[in-house]
Ligand binder design. Structure first.
Ligand code: HEM
Length: 451
């Protein structure tokens, strides 16, 4: 079998400056992967990264040969906050935790979180007044933090969940900064300590441990995500220890809010620029309201809102990089990924393949009609990753997105008042490069069509 050299990605020939690698490694990695075509290799001193975009090879790495890779070491910086939770663990620890956490994300459980998402969205809208200008990203982050916090701790007063959320936010800002700085080994030394953030981490830790202790002492029916994690048992009767539950609770907080918030921020930005999509969303929401009995045991289904959400995730996938390190040589066609190499798969660039998504920069929810979605080649649309390490919260996120988008479309229109074009600022998630401001137009029953 032929062994071809992986095409080199040169910092001088591509719009890549090695300076970016130091100032914003996430942006650097994203630009590398966009410049890579099917596959490309970047080497500079100790930095050696292989970017893979071709869907069939993405499938090889994440699914067929998943066991030949482990998580990229940079993700381990999250440990400061999440301990050995699902996002960062590998091997036997990961297998045990994944098996035990899976039932908490079962379809039936997701139904129980629907009303949490709906109530939080309604509260957010009720807190806005007509004509108010909001910071969209800030509002979406607050909303998704509230939702995941309440889904975790439904049985506790909201103040506990909501209070914890503020500390999680503070801690996460710090960890995000850390992991974006230490993505490349060369600059690992730059990571700094931040007293306020470390104090927030300690408060979250203490509060979660306290909740776990209290719950262990109670005998109550299963009501929320925390109960599910505490009750989980393997076939051999093995359970998660208090430390392990703590790690998973914080992991859910971390993994479960900023990704969704980022996608929603971009979604409302895109919708505000596409009045025809706005009108269709409002029509669907209105028609659904007219017939909706909203039974808690039926899935919330808004097919058009779902298409809009999936298309927003195509253009702006919340988690824009999926990193792995090869633990053995792996063949991709005529190329070999050597053991030890870092591999980067970026849903952002995979989703911009013009052969699969013509005019890839165009926002077009019709790409996700059921027929069009079925026709997509495997591994060409991967907002939640694929394979054994795929997002455990994918169904939760899809439910949440539909609920938020449709509830908002029924009650308020967001009008973009941000001057100029908004670009991307890749950190751990794909944030906008500036504040996106929206003017709220409350929709009263008498002011719907085209007003
Ligand atoms: C739009 C929203 C979301 C996006 C785009 C997203 C994206 C992803 C991606 C790409 C991965 C795979 C990373 C890899 O293979 O290395 C992942 C993993 C994960 N996600 Fe999500 N996610 C979202 C929402 C959520 C939610 C709502 C939760 C929980 C409440 C969650 C919890 C997790 C966890 C725990 C993992 C690690 C799974 C494992 O390794 O076993 N995510 N997510």
């Amino acid at each position: 079998m032929r062994n071809r050299r992986i095409p080199a990605l040169s910092a001088s020939r591509n719009p890549l400056s090695l300076r970016d690698a130091f100032t914003n490694p996430s942006a650097f990695l994203l630009r590398l992967s966009c410049a890579a075509g099917d596959i490309g290799e970047f080497k500079a001193g100790p930095v050696h990264i292989i970017c893979v975009n071709r869907p069939e090879w993405v499938h090889t790495i994440l699914v067929e040969q998943a066991s030949a890779f482990r998580k990229m070491p940079a993700v381990k910086t999250l440990r400061v906050f999440t301990g050995d939770g699902l996002l960062v663990s590998d091997g036997a620890t990961w297998v045990k935790h994944r098996r035990l956490a899976a039932p908490a994300f079962h379809r039936q459980r997701i139904l129980a979180y629907q009303s949490v998402a709906m109530r939080a969205t309604q509260e957010m809208i009720a807190g806005w007044h007509d004509g108010q200008v909001i910071d969209l990203e800030h509002e979406m982050k607050r909303l998704t933090l509230t939702i995941v916090g309440r889904a975790l701790f439904t049985r506790d007063v909201n103040e506990v969940a909501d209070g914890l959320s503020r500390d999680v936010d503070r801690a996460l800002d710090y960890v995000n900064g850390l992991s974006s700085r230490v993505t490349l080994p060369i600059i690992r030394s730059i990571a700094r300590h931040d007293r306020e953030a470390l104090a927030a981490i300690a408060r979250v830790d203490a509060a979660v441990r306290n909740l776990i202790r209290t719950r262990r002492a109670q005998a109550a029916p299963t009501a929320d995500l925390l109960d599910m994690l505490l009750a989980a048992r393997t076939e051999d009767g093995e359970a998660l220890s208090d430390d392990e539950v703590r790690d998973e609770v914080i992991t859910m907080f971390v993994a479960g809010h900023e990704t969704v918030a980022t996608v929603l921020t971009w979604l409302f930005y895109l919708v505000a620029r596409h009045p025809e999509v706005q009108a269709d969303l409002e029509r669907e929401a209105r028609e659904a309201q007219a017939v909706d009995r909203s039974p808690a045991d039926e899935p919330f289904q808004r097919p058009y809102a779902m298409r809009v959400y999936k298309e927003a995730m195509r253009l702006y996938p919340g988690g824009f990089t999926i990193g792995r390190q090869a633990i053995q040589d792996v063949r991709l066609g005529d190329y070999v990924i050597p053991a030890g190499a870092w591999v980067m798969i970026s849903p952002y660039s995979v989703h911009r393949n013009p052969a699969i998504f013509p005019s890839p920069e165009r926002f077009d929810p019709e790409r996700f009609t059921p027929e069009n979605e079925r026709a997509l080649p495997r591994a060409s649309y991967i907002p939640f990753g694929i394979g054994p390490r795929a997002c455990i919260g994918g169904q939760f996120a899809l439910m949440e997105g539909q609920v938020i988008v449709s509830t908002l479309a029924a009650q308020a229109r967001l009008v973009n008042v941000t001057p100029g074009e908004v670009g991307i600022r890749p950190l751990v998630t794909l944030r906008p490069d500036r504040k996106i401001e929206m003017r709220v137009q409350k929709i009263s029953p008498g002011r719907r069509e085209g007003s």
